[in-house]
Design a binder for this molecule. Structure first.
Ligand SMILES: Nc1ncnc2c1ncn2[C@@H]1O[C@H](COP(=O)(O)OP(=O)(O)OP(=O)(O)O)[C@@H](O)[C@H]1O
Length: 338
């Protein structure tokens, strides 16, 4: 055997050993209360050459768990595996001790708010919720009653008889939540449920998620915005590139995030005036104007977030929206994975 072969052989053995070590050492992420409701071991899923979820092991208990990660982190993929919509390439997941994949027993215990809309656009909100509730095996009368109750809970009673095609994004999110909870499931998967919601809808949704957690449901809610997740739970699972980076209490992550200037995009009818007002505050370190509005960078997001709607109200500025672009989290993730 030549020395090159020996060296290569040794290197290969070393790599194999290292891989084994890394594989063996990766801890099981634990979030939520007791007992464990969902458990996954060594889950991976590839979309062809692209990895969606990469060797994730976790135990999730009751209460609300925030699944936090930038776009493309693997949040939707993980949710789809844990809710039985996708079969993992390797590894396995269980819910209430039962295998999740291809198990109809799980179906009735799970509620789902998918990221993408999958509506029958010509149906009314009420018809849609009733129809999906009926698919869970309820009689027309039962489904009708359950649909009315949950539509009321999400604050959509007034619009329930309008066709979905007329709904705003926020209304769609709320009707999706109504159908997810109408059959009173034990486990809920909410994929970016706050996307597109207006402040009132958002408040309602957050309240409801908190309530579901307090009731003892197991709720997994994904977002790429820390400040959103934080209003729903302290318990988070931080993922990036298909892997769990951290789990548990949010404070540690917050500290990291708050060290970085945090960008907030603002859409309003008087951007120059509003921007000038905001720069009066010490925490604002940068203002940039864009085609659609402007963005500020703050070192104190906790003070800055509530200040925005308050100032707008006080000065008669029409605030169409304010949000945190994805790059806030991205910069923190880059920092964390260094
Ligand atoms: N159907 C698909 N085909 C190929 N690649 C996919 C598919 N769905 C997701 N991916 C890829 O898998 C990775 C994880 O995507 P996933 O949608 O799970 O992330 P995410 O955190 O939910 O992001 P987003 O919030 O943007 O949906 C990404 O690289 C994405 O491009």
């Amino acid at each position: 055997m030549s020395s090159t072969e020996t060296a290569n052989g040794a290197a290969t053995a070393q790599t194999a050993q290292k891989t084994q070590q890394t594989r063996a050492e990766r801890p099981i992420a634990r979030v939520g209360g007791d007992p464990v409701v969902i458990s996954a071991r060594r889950l991976s899923l590839w979309y062809g050459q692209v990895i969606g979820v990469n060797d994730i092991s976790l135990d999730i208990g009751p209460g609300v768990t925030g699944l936090l990660g930038p776009n493309g982190a693997g949040k939707s993929t993980l949710m789809k595996i844990l809710s039985g919509q996708l079969r993992p390439s390797t590894g396995a997941a269980r819910m209430f001790g039962e295998p999740i994949w291809n198990n109809s027993k799980i179906f009735s215990r799970v509620g789902l708010v998918p990221e993408q809309d999958a509506f029958y656009e010509e149906m009314t909100g009420k018809e849609f919720v009733t129809y999906l509730t009926r698919l869970q095996g309820y009689s027309p009368a039962e489904a009708d009653k359950m649909a009315d109750e949950t539509i009321e809970l999400v604050g959509m009673t007034e619009s329930k008889d309008r066709p979905i095609e007329e709904y705003s994004k926020g209304m769609r999110q709320r009707i999706k939540l109504a159908q997810a909870i109408s059959h009173d499931p034990d486990v809920l998967f909410l994929d970016e449920p706050l996307t597109g919601t207006d402040p009132v809808g958002r408040h309602k949704m957050i309240e409801l998620v908190n309530h579901l957690g307090d009731e003892g449901k197991t709720v997994l809610v994904s977002s790429h915005v820390l400040h959103e997740v934080e209003q729903m739970t302290r318990d988070i699972l931080l993922i990036n590139k298909g892997r769990v980076l951290a789990e548990g209490n949010i404070y540690k992550i917050r500290e990291l995030i708050d060290e970085h200037p945090h960008t907030i995009f603002i859409d309003c009818d008087a951007p120059r005036k509003f921007a000038a007002m905001l720069t009066e505050y010490d925490d604002i370190v940068r203002v940039e104007f864009t085609d659609k509005g402007f963005q500020v960078a703050t070192r104190d997001p906790d003070s800055c977030y509530p200040r925005i709607p308050r100032l707008a109200r006080e000065h008669g500025i029409e605030l169409r929206g304010y949000m945190s672009p994805d790059n806030n989290l991205m910069s923190v993730f880059e920092y964390l994975v260094k």
